[in-house]
Design a protein around this ligand. Structure first.
Ligand SMILES: Nc1ncnc2c1ncn2[C@@H]1O[C@H](COP(=O)(O)OP(=O)(O)OP(=O)(O)O)[C@@H](O)[C@H]1O
Ligand SMILES: [Mg+2]
Length: 884
């Protein structure tokens, strides 16, 4: 636990005293602030934004950009050059660093700006109570969180993220998650003591106070209202942030692949310079004077544009998805991770089904249709909906009420459910599969010795039957319970969502009811509802399967219902594993079971999270799509957490990817977009590294054979800048559709193998060119020959680079590639033109280049044709897995 002392005191001081005293001190009341006053306070206190959340300005970002590893390596090499007074090389490096920093900063800044616009689309709101004028009645409305001011009255419901620091005014079975602040994962109970806080909480740690709720915590169950005591930089969370930092994530697939490759390359680069020094000392007896050359070789190996290409490719992919309005990527690397997903876990309700349940049947304990069951179910639904103030009305409850109202309209005995007076509700919650309404039977005296309360319970059959001692008034033994559970299973196997209904009559009491009171119930019957499969789900599942994504269903529902729905959608359910079974397994066993299981049913939140973790531990890149409070743990546990826009706040805030609707087809498109971005990054690495490695080998050989430097610093610079500019086009490439059929993950080893092979081929082409040059330049003097050598190699380098870009860009799907996209065509053509014309232009002499004899061009054409054929042949034979 770590937060600034000022914040601590502000939160506690602001909330000291009884509820009334706090309200008075804040000049507010339970009916909320008047709009005009709230506006004034907004000016006075500022917006309720997180100090750490503001995006950096361009200059600050630029100042930070040399911190990326490639730039750092270049800077080190530059310093080494400057130390030995190799000013030419040092200047070259300075220009390269500057260019890459400017490009990267610009790219990131642009990506961030569009992300900020998207964030606005996703802006979280708070439910506040305010009045238009002092005399008007309070209105409850949704307000963007940044508009909250001290004194505002906020309502809390399950799934809400607490928008500011609050002193609670009223609570009903409120529990919150304070993990962001304390790291404690178990929900904490919050309640209001009518006499004020007393000394229940710790005087030093505000988190100990049950009557305070802190910004950043989230509501697990129950509901309540509270008055805002601190906003913006004055909240406890803001005070905690600088030291606590953000959520620390385990390494993501992006870290492992792209960053993994980057670090491997950096190690190679740093080894190169000493290696060159040693080799030239051993073979040629040269000393430290080779240092600038050694540095130049190392610079030649560095793919300094990698960060730029990565940012551009991901930002472009994310921007295209956002433009279609279907998918918002909240963390750029998550787009790469999405492309790598090979297992996608989804919940059932609302994803595979429409989540528009319709009552199918009601039956009593004897298995006969019985409208009485509907009546009791409706009593429960009505009062849990009313009293528990859920953020979104529960679909099952609404369906039951609709059916009961219809029955009442027709005069059937299902009506009459409104006559009961609701007293208390214990709603469903994460891991709690039943709800209870406590009601007073119609006409029952309120304050008499004989007054009674009726508990009406409905929920998952297993959970309700466990709490029943009777069925239809008769004793219920183990046999009877088993028979009823079997019947529930039969109904579920037909694809219906089954709820058991039970009740109990107790002497009236004033003490609040708790789940411990849900026992000795009398089983009333089953209600079963049908929830049609989502219309696009079957097709989307088939497409995901074709794209190599294994879909697994993690649901809180009955195994029978889940299996039937999957079957209807063409997803073979196999053996269904339940939460109970998961509990009995160790992690390693679960990993094995999870690999071969498609449907997990009766999952509590922790079960979903454990399955996701097990899949990840088994090496799968795992995505999780869910929208309820019960999906939070799994969303956080997954490599990529995905949430629909109308999911509850906490899950949406935790998700990496937000979908406009809960639509698997859109998700599939996002996965393909992720693969495309990874494909572009892979193409850059393939191309840049093969030619860099080739050049380095050629440079080493030439350096050892020739009496002069094979490439001068200025030439290294111009050539690198030309390569960099051309390779940026790869971020805009459109790889062939065939390239997206499998999850795309860059594998460092496969890439290094590829690069070594193709680098060697490139070096062979360079060496052949040296032969050609030796032949064509025979008649020249040493000085002129040296200049012509530089020119000849420069031209060849740029032409082979253009060739490599064309032939290696589409990976092994080159044949299906179709037309080469515009930016690539332009880039390769420009490379070829510069390569051919620069030595002939007025820029040639300053770069120590002279025009070449025509014979050279003829021979070079021959070398290029042979090289191109070899490249194409090698690429066709090469069958590297996914992505690379
Ligand atoms: N309003 C309700 N009243 C009574 N019981 C409910 C209610 N809502 C859910 N339940 C019970 O709790 C179980 C689990 O619900 P939960 O919300 O965890 O998952 P779900 O919505 O069924 O499925 P998914 O995990 O696929 O979204 C349900 O199958 C049902 O038996
Ligand atoms: Mg759900």
């Amino acid at each position: 636990m770590a937060w600034a002392p000022e914040a601590r005191t502000a939160a506690v001081r602001g909330a000291d005293g009884t509820t009334l005293e706090v309200l008075r001190a804040l000049e507010s009341g339970p009916r909320g602030l008047v709009e005009e006053e709230a506006e004034e306070r907004l000016v006075r206190h500022g917006e309720n934004t997180f100090p750490g959340r503001r995006p950096d300005s361009w200059p600050r970002r630029f100042a930070r950009s040399p911190r990326d590893p490639f730039t750092a390596v270049l800077l080190v090499l530059g310093l080494v050059s400057a130390a030995v007074a190799a000013w030419g090389t040092a200047c070259v490096i300075a220009v390269l660093v500057l260019v890459s920093c400017v490009l990267r900063t610009t790219g990131e800044h642009r990506a961030d700006r569009s992300a900020a616009a998207l964030r606005d689309l996703l802006a979280t709101t708070a439910t506040v109570r305010r009045r238009a004028t002092a005399a008007s009645p309070p209105l409850t409305r949704e307000l963007p969180v940044d508009q909250l001011v001290p004194g505002d009255v906020v309502l809390l419901a399950p799934g809400d993220v607490v928008p500011a620091d609050l002193r609670l005014l009223r609570t009903t079975a409120l529990t919150v998650h304070e993990a962001t602040l304390t790291g404690e994962s178990a929900p904490v109970e919050k309640f209001v003591d009518a006499d004020g806080p007393g000394d229940g909480g710790s005087p030093v740690l505000p988190l100990g106070h049950p009557h305070l709720c802190f910004q950043g915590s989230s509501v697990v169950s129950g509901n309540g209202s509270g008055v805002v005591v601190a906003t913006g930089a004055r909240t406890v969370l803001s005070g905690a942030l600088p030291r606590a930092g953000g959520r620390s994530r385990p390494p993501s697939p992006f870290d492992r692949s792209v960053n993994g490759i980057a670090w491997t390359l950096i190690r190679f680069t740093l080894l190169t310079a000493p290696l060159v020094l040693i080799v030239s000392a051993l073979l040629r007896g040269r000393g430290l004077e080779t240092l600038p050359f050694a540095v130049a070789v190392a610079v030649g190996l560095t793919p300094e544009m990698l960060p730029v290409v990565v940012t551009t490719a991901l930002a472009r992919g994310a921007a295209l998805l956002a433009r279609d309005g279907e998918v918002i990527v909240r963390r750029l690397p998550a787009l790469h991770d999405l492309g790598a997903v090979d297992v996608l876990c989804v919940d059932k309700t609302g994803t595979l089904t429409e989540d528009r349940p319709v009552l199918a049947l009601c039956e009593g304990p004897d298995g006969r249709a019985n409208p009485e069951v509907l009546r009791w179910a409706a009593v429960n639904a009505l009062w849990t909906l009313h009293l528990s103030e859920l953020p979104v009305p529960d679909a099952l409850d609404e369906a039951i009420l609709d059916a009961a109202e219809e029955a009442a309209g027709e005069g059937a005995p299902g009506g009459g459910f409104e006559e009961f007076e609701g007293l208390e509700a214990l709603p469903c919650g994460p891991g709690r599969r039943l709800s209870t309404a406590v009601v007073r039977p119609p006409g029952d005296p309120r304050f008499a010795l004989a007054a009674r309360h009726t508990l009406v319970v409905k929920g998952a059959p297993e959970d309700v039957l466990d709490r029943c001692a009777q069925a239809g008034g008769a004793e219920l033994g183990a046999d009877g319970r088993e028979r009823l559970a079997r019947r529930a299973g039969e109904l579920a196997a037909g694809g219906l969502r089954v709820l058991a209904v039970a009740r109990a009559t107790r002497p009236a009491r004033t003490r609040p009811y708790t789940p411990a009171d849900e026992r000795d119930l009398d089983f009333v019957g089953f209600v079963a509802l049908s929830d049609a499969p989502a219309p696009t789900a079957a097709e989307a599942l088939a497409v995901l399967a074709r794209h190599g994504v294994d879909v697994k269903v993690l649901t809180g529902d009955h195994p029978g219902t889940a299996a039937r729905v999957c079957r209807e959608l063409g997803l073979a359910p196999g053996e269904v594993v339940t939460g109970e079974r998961i509990d009995a397994l160790a992690d390693a066993e679960l990993a094995r079971l999870a690999a071969r299981t498609t449907v997990f049913a009766r999952c509590a939140p922790e079960h979903k999270a454990r399955v996701v973790r097990a899949l990840r531990a088994a090496g799968h890149t795992t995505g999780f799509l869910g929208d309820g409070v019960n999906d939070l743990a799994a969303t956080v546990a997954a490599d990529v957490g995905i949430c629909p826009r109308d999911g509850v706040d906490v899950v949406r805030e935790a998700a990496d990817v937000v979908l406009a609707s809960k639509d698997l087809t859109a998700l599939d498109r996002a996965i393909v977009a992720g693969r495309r971005s990874t494909g572009n990054i892979a193409a850059y690495l393939r191309i840049a590294l093969s030619s860099n490695v080739g050049n380095v080998i050629a440079m080493l050989v030439a350096g050892l054979l020739l009496p002069f430097l094979p490439m001068l610093p200025a030439q290294v610079l111009v050539q690198n800048l030309c390569f960099d500019a051309a390779q940026l086009a790869l971020a805009f490439d459109r790889p062939a559709p065939g390239a997206h059929l499998r999850p795309a993950l860059l594998r460092p080893r496969a890439l290094l193998r590829f690069v070594t092979g193709f680098g060697l081929l490139n070096a062979v082409a360079d060496l052949a060119t040296f032969g050609v040059l030796a032949l064509a330049l025979r008649s020249m003097g040493p000085e002129e020959g040296q200049f012509a050598f530089h020119a000849g190699w420069f031209t060849e380098n740029l032409l082979t680079q253009a060739l490599v870009m064309l032939l290696l860009r589409s990976g092994r799907h080159a044949a299906e590639g179709g037309r080469v996209p515009g930016p690539i065509r332009l880039a390769t053509a420009a490379l070829a033109v510069v390569g051919l014309l620069l030595p002939l232009s007025p820029l040639g002499p300053p770069l120590s280049m002279t025009p070449l004899p025509p014979l050279y061009y003829g021979l070079l054409a021959l070398v290029l044709v042979v090289y191109g054929l070899l490249l194409a042949a090698a690429r066709a034979r090469q069958s590297s897995p996914s992505g690379v």
